[in-house]
Design a protein. Structure first.
Length: 161
């Protein structure tokens, strides 16, 4: 994707180092990234192009992940259907095992818990992971409710277009 933008080679090398270190900035990288006021305009343009390029790469990777996930789900579904079909046939003909020169298929016993009525279970059988609802907290604070342990901070988010 980097071919979409004209990116200064030095900045591209720095970006590659940043990606390789998963965003960890060493003192050497920090010094390479430092911007003086006279360099601001030129470096802003170059940084903007690298940011746009990285965002495009990230979107492409997300799309590929989604495509591969759909492919995996299809393969898993087909595999489950094939197992179900051959298992049904083996049970129909009362076979516990089928051996061929290439593959061996057999049933094995397993146990699993089947929940009949969840409302009858003791609380110790439930796993709870508390999560913070930041949207609700923000709404309460903005409407004047005092929420201990939380506050709203205003940020400046850089937009690159």
């Amino acid at each position: 994707m980097r071919a979409l933008y004209h990116i200064d080679q030095e900045l591209q090398a720095i970006n590659d180092e940043l990606i390789a270190s998963q965003g960890e900035i060493t003192d050497e990288l920090f010094n390479k990234l430092a911007i003086t006021q006279t360099e601001l305009a030129e470096k802003s343009a170059n940084y903007g192009l690298v940011i746009l390029s990285n965002e495009a790469d990230s979107k492409a990777i997300d799309a590929e992940i989604k495509r591969l996930k759909a492919m995996k789900d299809g393969i898993d579904s087909a595999t489950a259907k094939l197992k179900e079909t051959i298992g049904f046939a083996m049970q129909k003909y009362e076979l516990s095992e089928v051996k061929t020169p290439l593959v061996k298929m057999s049933f094995r016993a397993s146990k699993s818990v089947h929940i009949i009525d969840e409302s009858l279970l003791d609380a110790k059988y439930f796993d709870y992971k508390p999560t913070v609802n930041k949207t609700s907290i923000k709404s309460d604070i903005e409407s004047g409710v005092i929420v201990e342990g939380a506050t709203i901070i205003e940020k400046q988010n850089l937009q690159v277009k």
